[in-house]
Design a protein around this ligand. Structure first.
Ligand SMILES: Nc1nc2c(c(=O)[nH]1)N[C@H]1C(S)=C(S)[C@@H](COP(=O)(O)OP(=O)(O)OC[C@H]3O[C@@H](n4cnc5c(=O)[nH]c(N)nc54)[C@H](O)[C@@H]3O)O[C@H]1N2
Ligand SMILES: Nc1nc2c(c(=O)[nH]1)N[C@H]1C(S)=C(S)[C@@H](COP(=O)(O)OP(=O)(O)OC[C@H]3O[C@@H](n4cnc5c(=O)[nH]c(N)nc54)[C@H](O)[C@@H]3O)O[C@H]1N2
Ligand code: SF4
Ligand SMILES: [Mo]
Length: 698
């Protein structure tokens, strides 16, 4: 096939948003390397390489489904019937119980255009305050800590290409060798350049194996670890006094917090020996520049915001922020994990990363939307609180881009809440475990079949371009929202053309923290993406975008970063005699999230066929469990069963389960929905369990 039909685009999965090109073949599509795209330079992981498999009608939804009142089963319906049923269901709830009885749940995988339109649909068409999304389960603690310290939340304040040139990276609770494999190159190059890598993870992961120093704390103790390192920075006279004086506020109180965390106490809390703490501190301070990067390990805790705050304090005290090749960054997770948190699908938010309770923000966005500011609802419940309210105050739900039956904490309870709804509509590309519970399932187009922008973990706004014609039976999310808006009385304001939506999003974001007003599809095509903030300039000048933030000033009113005074606190659920083991959860390389998409790809299933429980040989011996034998993991929320995977790479007091599977091996049956008070992040990474040998499977 000729060059002309090869379309450059991006992977549908994680926040790296690797560049790839698609070349349609008879009945399928071939992935072609795009070596010119800087983020991944052609490299792809197995998920990206096999992503076209989910385009096949063998595994995807090809027409709408409506639940039959007689049999209770889902059966095929026309689009007209399905959309009418959704409009009726939402309208009836609103008439009987008021607008806040209708909820909306979105996803960080949705493009900017979809996330923006979903937020607008909730606030205008449904007039509900009850909208939130799965990004709350992802990087929300880092986002909150970023805003608190720097006045702005962009995951990485610098491009990935800066990483190999810094002096020392502390990577906290990220297993990027499995979760963003092409990004491992940046760490390899760091080491080739003489830089040091410190990895903090309770498991010796493929990523930790690359480290010069691996610290393996007990899950849920990163806050104490960061405070202990800051204590040593002070004790050994390594504070960058000038930086602290010139560029920060609040050092005294933060220092006082750190001084109560002396090394021996920190060793007792974390299990990391004092000499390792000292070595880490020296490695970080001896280098000329340094970065701390966090991912879900320290963030998915009921104290995630303070934990990230403590790592930021370490950066500020040592002058590793707001300078070239130095800074704190969060490795955001989902395909549009960055953009998805900026444009209004979050409970407290309006487009452009504006706050819903800010009168000026309301006035600006209301003007763009052509409505009165008073008509915009206020902030609603956070993701877990919204799911927990289903069947209670929230009676109907429209869900787009998430599979909470598998991915929400305390999942058996959430599944039961979903079942208790008066009405559930799910838009998805496949019949996910959550879609299986719906009254109406709306089948939508996928990445390769539609155009839209995503913003990757660097804050680089990218264009996913349509490469294929979608099958007849499916519609785009934008078409779904347009049609529903029409049925609910909004003929205008919900365009189906993504570029038209983006144009409105630009205007809505103008002047906000995440300003996209100077970005266009044309510019993205020409420039390998554009970093926000990128305001529109008068006189037709083009703002270059902002790859590096905070070099001159932080985004606070006075330009100074804020130390946050923090002290360590325990996990919401501590181990005890009945539940003596810590469970932590996470990912494997070959499955993505709830697995809705990747469990439908043969090659990925062959590599990662099912759930498992990782445990240390000493623990396995004590239980009398051998490798491959089924083991039951029991928490206060429920019981899960999966084969044991015995390995010395994990702490003996901790077990690990990946969360990609439904059924008896569902990790989230066990997890604790204790929420961080600031970010409302659930404690996915720490809960107390006991282990028992399980009966062999039938
Ligand atoms: N293959 C694959 N890749 C993905 C995804 C996927 O599902 N599969 N999902 C994408 C998304 S949305 C996200 S958010 C990212 C997540 O990317 P990561 O954050 O890298 O993934 P996790 O496996 O959740 O957690 C990382 C590590 O945290 C460690 N950890 C557990 N508890 C603690 C703790 O208390 N402290 C510390 N310091 N570490 C701890 C775990 O052992 C694990 O190795 O990956 C993205 N990429
Ligand atoms: N125990 C435990 N639980 C966790 C985590 C953990 O580390 N441990 N991590 C949490 C994190 S970081 C995250 S991000 C969440 C993610 O968990 P989920 O929100 O469940 O994420 P996905 O599995 O990606 O679900 C996305 C769904 O939307 C569909 N979809 C994909 N693209 C589109 C689209 O464009 N439109 C529509 N309408 N649908 C689409 C997919 O087919 C899939 O069914 O899980 C959280 N849950
Ligand atoms: S690393 Fe992420 S973006 Fe890149 S190919 Fe894999 S899943 Fe896709
Ligand atoms: Mo995530």
């Amino acid at each position: 096939m000729s060059e002309a039909v090869t379309t450059p685009t991006h992977c549908p999965y994680c926040a790296l948003q690797c560049g790839m090109s698609l070349s349609p073949r008879a009945g399928s599509v071939e992935v072609v390397e795009r070596t010119d795209f800087p983020v991944n330079r052609g490299a792809l992981c197995g998920k990206g390489r096999t992503a076209p498999a989910v385009l096949s009608s063998r595994v995807r939804l090809t027409g709408p489904l409506v639940r039959c009142p007689d049999t209770g089963a889902l059966k095929s319906a026309t689009w007209e019937e399905a959309l009418a049923a959704v409009a009726d269901g939402l309208r009836r709830t609103r008439a009987d119980h008021g607008p806040d009885a209708v909820g909306v749940f979105g996803g960080g995988g949705l493009t900017n255009e979809k996330a923006y339109t979903l937020g607008k649909f909730a606030r205008l068409v449904l007039a509900t305050s009850q909208i939130d999304y799965n990004g709350r389960f992802c990087m929300s603690s880092a986002a909150a800590a970023h805003t608190r310290a720097f006045g702005l939340d962009r995951g990485l304040p610098f491009p990935l290409e800066d990483i190999p040139r810094t002096g020392c990276v502390i990577l906290v609770g990220s297993n990027l060798a499995e979760t963003m494999p092409p990004a491992l190159r940046y760490l390899t190059e760091l080491k080739e350049n003489g830089g040091k890598l410190i990895v903090v993870d309770p498991r010796r992961t493929r990523t930790a194996e690359q480290a010069d120093l691996h610290l393996a704390p007990r899950p849920g103790t990163d806050l104490a670890l960061a405070l202990g390192l800051l204590h040593l920075v002070v004790a050994e006279g390594r504070v960058d006094e000038e930086f602290v004086r010139e560029r920060t506020e609040g050092w005294e109180a933060a220092q006082a917090g750190a001084m109560s965390h002396w090394p021996e106490l920190v060793e007792r809390i974390t299990g990391v020996p004092v000499p390792e703490l000292r070595e880490a501190m020296r490695m970080f301070c001896d280098a000329e520049s340094g970065m701390v990067l966090t991912a879900r390990g320290p963030e998915q805790q009921s104290k995630g915001t303070d934990t990230v705050g403590a790592w930021i304090n370490l950066c500020l005290a040592t002058g590793r922020a707001g300078r070239p090749l130095s800074g704190y960054g969060c490795l955001t997770g989902q395909g549009n994990g960055q953009g998805g948190r900026e444009h209004g699908q979050k409970a407290d938010q309006l487009p452009g990363y504006r706050k819903l309770d800010d009168p000026a923000a309301r006035a600006h966005v209301a003007r763009v939307w052509g409505v009165a500011p008073e008509s915009l609802p206020g902030p609603g419940r956070s993701a877990y609180e919204l799911l927990d309210a289903l069947g209670g105050e929230v009676k109907s739900l429209l869900l787009m881009g998430s599979n909470p039956v598998v991915s929400a904490p305390r999942a058996a309870h959430i599944e039961e809440r979903l079942r208790s709804l008066d009405f559930l509509a799910v838009a998805d590309v496949v019949l996910s475990e959550t879609a299986e519970l719906a009254d109406v399932v709306l089948p939508v187009t996928q990445w390769a079949e539609e155009t839209g922008t995503t913003t990757n973990l660097e804050g680089r706004v990218l264009l996913r371009q349509q490469a294929l014609t979608p099958p007849d039976g499916v519609r785009s999310d934008l078409e779904v929202l347009h049609a529903l808006a029409g049925l609910l009385g909004w003929e205008k304001g919900f365009p189906t053309d993504p570029e038209e939506v983006f144009d409105e999003l630009r205007r809505a974001s103008a002047g906000g923290p995440a300003d996209y007003s100077g970005i266009s599809y044309r510019r993205i095509r020409e420039e390998d993406g554009v970093f926000w903030p990128c305001p529109e300039l008068p006189e037709g000048d083009a703002h270059p975008g902002t790859p590096r933030l905070f070099l001159d000033r932080f985004a606070t009113a006075d330009g100074r970063a804020r130390f946050v005074p923090v002290v360590h606190r325990a996990a919401a659920e501590e181990t005890d005699a009945e539940y003596p083991i810590v469970l932590t959860t996470g990912r494997v390389v070959a499955q993505y999230q709830s697995g809705a998409q990747t469990r439908r790809v043969d090659e990925l299933n062959a590599a990662a066929p099912g759930p498992f429980v990782e445990l240390h040989p000493r623990l396995a011996d004590r239980l009398g469990v051998s490798d491959g034998e089924r083991v039951a993991v029991v928490s206060r929320r429920g019981r899960a069963v999966a084969p044991a995977r015995v390995t010395t790479s994990i702490r003996p007091d901790t077990v690990f389960m990946p969360f990609h599977w439904p059924g008896e091996g569902r990790a989230n049956t066990l997890t604790n929905p204790a929420l961080d008070p600031v970010s409302r992040m659930p404690e996915f990474k720490v809960c107390a369990v006991r282990l028992e040998p399980a009966e062999p499977s039938a």
